[in-house]
Design a protein around this ligand. Structure first.
Ligand code: HEM
Length: 489
């Protein structure tokens, strides 16, 4: 259907020749961020592959991606109707569903303002500038204790397992007004399953494109359905509790504020976008899901990079020791005093590119890009990994070098360089949790580095190979940590 009628003056998309039934699945392989980056060298910034029988346009290159997502944002802001997406949040996800533009925009606005107001709210403790800072600092300090205990009891620990609970607690605090113990089995079994979610929701999962595969036994898909069911049940239970105790004069958290919005709207006869209560309150599901998996993946990779780069770990510790000291908790206002840490985070985002593709996009009408014709309803992959490793943008892109983001004297972060890193997407679908995420990664890391020194286990070399998924994880492993001595001051 896509090879017919190319409007005059436009060209047909280039790309590899597809095989019948499977299309280009074999060439795309198990590491699409590498294979599609290699293809972009051959076919250019805009090319087409076929997964199964469905055409997919792949976009690379800083200029081209900015042109599509910013200048032609409206035309590229949709989501494709993929099989796996229909199970996320019961098909009512803000991030993954095919909501019409009007509904999606209204929900996104609501999600954004709920997040912002519950992050910037005053905390209970005047030491902190906002409730977000308070949650992160308290969870950060608790994480140090947990890791210290794990070292004493077991002699090593799995970093992801602890980090994910601390991060989940920050978003749980904002969404549900509660936190969980590090040994809470219900939460642990949920957050430890995020790998399975991520692998199936990844760009280019053949089961999304080849209907036949849905009817064959598929372990990954079965687990994915199970994870989604359990996730929905977990959130549903908390939401029901909120409905039962809701008091419009005491809005406790994001869930309450969404319930409140439903109530207000019932009084507002002029509301122009009709949305079910489920679609409104269901937003909290997206915020919780997106809020813990991404940030814990970023932090867990950070610890791996610290271990892999011991000199950098030492310099980051010295920077904190010299500019914050060792006898108080780092705060968000310390950011400008810690340029090396900020550069380390930017380099972590760039080098790991742990979110290699954005969530897939879809064209909302016939359009064109760089002179190529792209029909309405075409699925579009945005290759963030390619941009973060493009030798035209970065010197020696494969080396891990935070200093590339620092001024020559090392006292300032080069903002222009930092903005070249693409990990939160761009334009209308850009991540709505970006500010919160950057705050969390900065503050958790500052607290961790101030208090702990990480090493690998003797004779156990680090494996930094990412496992492909919507968010790419490192393999689960065990590390060691030693407490930094306070008497060093
Ligand atoms: C969407 C990255 C943290 C909420 C996205 C997208 C990316 C992304 C790449 C898709 C953009 C696109 O489709 O073009 C990240 C990274 C994070 C992070 C790298 C952490 C380091 C968060 C947090 C929250 C959040 C903490 C919420 C508390 C969302 C939501 C969407 C989204 C709701 C869907 C937006 C839409 O479809 O309109 N994020 N994110 N994210 N993110 Fe994040």
């Amino acid at each position: 259907r896509f090879h017919n009628k190319i409007p005059e003056g436009l060209r047909r998309l280039p790309g590899p020749k597809p095989l019948p039934i499977i299309g280009n699945v074999l060439e795309v392989g198990s590491k699409p961020y590498l294979s599609l980056t290699a293809m972009s060298k051959r076919y250019g910034d805009v090319f087409q592959i076929q997964i199964g029988t469905r055409p997919v346009v792949v976009l690379s290159g800083n200029e081209t991606v900015r042109q599509a997502l910013i200048k032609q944002g409206e035309e590229f802001a949709g989501r494709p109707d993929l099989y796996s997406f229909s199970f996320i949040n019961d098909g009512k996800s803000l991030a993954f569903s095919t909501d019409k533009a009007g509904i999606w925009r209204a929900r996104r606005k609501l999600a954004y303002s709920a997040l912002r107001s519950f992050a910037t709210l005053e905390g209970t403790d005047p030491e902190y500038s906002c409730v977000l800072e308070e949650h992160i600092c308290k969870e950060g300090k608790n994480l140090i204790q947990q890791l210290n205990t794990a070292m004493k009891v077991e002699g090593s620990f799995d970093p992801f397992r602890y980090i994910v609970v601390s991060v989940a607690n920050v978003i749980c605090g904002m969404c549900f007004g509660r936190r969980y113990d590090h040994h809470d089995q219900e939460l642990l079994s949920l957050v430890n399953l995020s790998d399975e979610f991520s692998q199936v929701a990844a760009s280019g999962n053949p089961a999304d494109f080849i209907p036949l595969l849905r009817f064959l036994p598929n372990k990954a898909m079965k687990k994915f359905l199970d994870v989604n069911d359990r996730f929905n049940a977990f959130v549903q239970k908390i939401v029901s509790e909120h409905y039962a105790t809701y008091d419009k004069d005491n809005i406790r958290d994001i869930t309450d504020s969404l319930i409140d919005h439903c109530e207000d709207r019932k009084l507002d006869e002029n509301a122009n976008v009709q949305m079910s209560d489920e679609k409104i309150v269901g937003i909290v599901n997206d915020l919780f899901g997106a809020g813990f998996d991404t940030v814990s993946t970023a932090l867990s990779w950070s610890v791996m990079y610290l271990v892999a780069n011991p000199e950098m770990q030492e310099r980051l510790y010295q920077e904190i020791k010299d500019n914050v000291g060792l006898d108080r908790t780092p705060l968000l206002s310390d950011k400008t005093k810690l340029p090396l840490l900020e550069a380390f985070i930017l380099e972590l985002f760039r080098h790991s590119s742990f979110l290699p593709f954005t969530i897939p996009h879809c064209t909302s009408k016939d359009t064109s890009l760089n002179g190529y014709f792209i029909p309405k309803d075409t699925c579009v992959f945005i290759n963030q990994w390619q941009i973060n490793h493009d030798p035209d943008l970065w010197k020696d892109p494969s080396s891990f070098n935070p200093e590339r983001f620092l001024s020559a004297d090392g006292t300032e972060v080069n903002k222009m360089e930092g903005e070249k890193v693409l990990i939160f997407g761009l334009g209308r679908r850009r991540c709505i949790g970006e500010v919160i995420a950057r705050h969390e990664v900065f503050l958790f890391l500052a607290i961790i580095i101030q208090n702990l020194h990480f090493h690998n286990l003797p004779g156990k070399p680090l494996d930094m190979t990412p496992e492909y998924g919507l968010t790419m994880k490192h393999k689960r492993c065990h590390l060691r940590a030693t407490m930094r001595a306070r008497s060093e001051q």
